[in-house]
Design a protein around this ligand. Structure first.
Ligand SMILES: [Zn+2]
Ligand SMILES: [Zn+2]
Length: 262
């Protein structure tokens, strides 16, 4: 059984065939999906993610404001996201939050402030966090060190594509490292070298669908069933049978969210 630790299947990309996508995931052996709500925190997208999780026993939700939308996070948004996180038992994480200095869709200082703000909220709710970071490694590590390390709560570095130093730092901070379809790409030699060295008990797999479709499905819309290809790539890299690798990563997910999974 596989777990897709990070998917976005509540969005319009899946409106036409969402039930079939979920069925295909189950048929492929995906036993759980963590669906991460993103978008304007005032626009209803996070509510949509939680509703999806509430309709399916094997789907869980994370809520939070992505660094892209940090400029939209205010006190009203705080209240709305907090209420969602506190009121639904299917919300098992706060995220995705972090810094994205590649796209700079929100001003950097706003991203930093809102990242720290949401780390505080996650701590208050004792929720693990899901971190998105791109071209902001030093800043991300520093903020996690100063605003999260002493919480003793777990977290996930999602869709990891950073440096070996960031992976090391994240592990030191108690985080797990989640790999997406990027690890299957031809040019991802460096990333595979990092994936080879992450302690087995800190490894997770995800699709981040609808983006980042793994080989051999490149060019198609990504979906949770394809998390098997991410697992296949990493299992081979680590010299482990696919079934054993699935068991390990499923167990790791269970350890992070132990008190919250039904
Ligand atoms: Zn992300
Ligand atoms: Zn994502």
């Amino acid at each position: 059984m596989f777990i897709d630790s990070h998917a976005h299947i509540d969005g319009p990309e899946f409106d036409a065939d969402r039930d079939e996508v979920i069925r295909r995931a189950r048929d492929a052996g995906v036993s759980a999906i963590l669906n991460v709500g993103t978008g304007d925190p005032h626009g209803g997208a996070l509510e949509r993610a939680v509703e999806l999780a509430e309709r399916h026993a094997d789907i869980y939700a994370a809520v939070g404001t992505h660094p892209h939308d940090a400029r939209l996070f205010d006190e009203r948004a705080e209240e709305r996201v907090w209420k969602l996180a506190a009121s639904s038992p299917k919300v098992i994480a706060w995220g995705e939050i972090g810094l994205d200095f590649h796209y700079d869709n929100s001003p950097r200082q706003v991203q930093i402030d809102v990242f720290q703000w949401q780390l505080r909220l996650a701590r208050d709710l004792s929720l693990p966090v899901i971190i998105h970071t791109r071209e902001a490694e030093a800043e991300t590590a520093e903020i996690l060190q100063s605003h999260w390390a002493d919480s003793n709560l777990p977290g996930i570095m999602h869709c990891f594509s950073g440096s070996a130093e960031l992976a090391e730092k994240a592990i030191e901070l108690g985080f797990s490292i989640s790999f997406s379809g990027i690890v299957t790409f031809k040019k991802a030699e460096e990333l595979r070298a990092i994936a080879k060295r992450v302690p087995l008990d800190r490894l997770l797999i995800e699709t981040d669908c609808p983006y980042l479709t793994p080989i051999p499905y490149r060019g198609k819309r990504n979906e949770p069933a394809y998390v098997v290809e991410v697992a296949r790539c990493l299992a081979e890299l680590r010299g482990i049978e696919l079934e054993e690798f699935a068991r390990i990563t499923t167990h790791n997910f269970g350890t992070i969210f132990k008190s919250r999974l039904g």
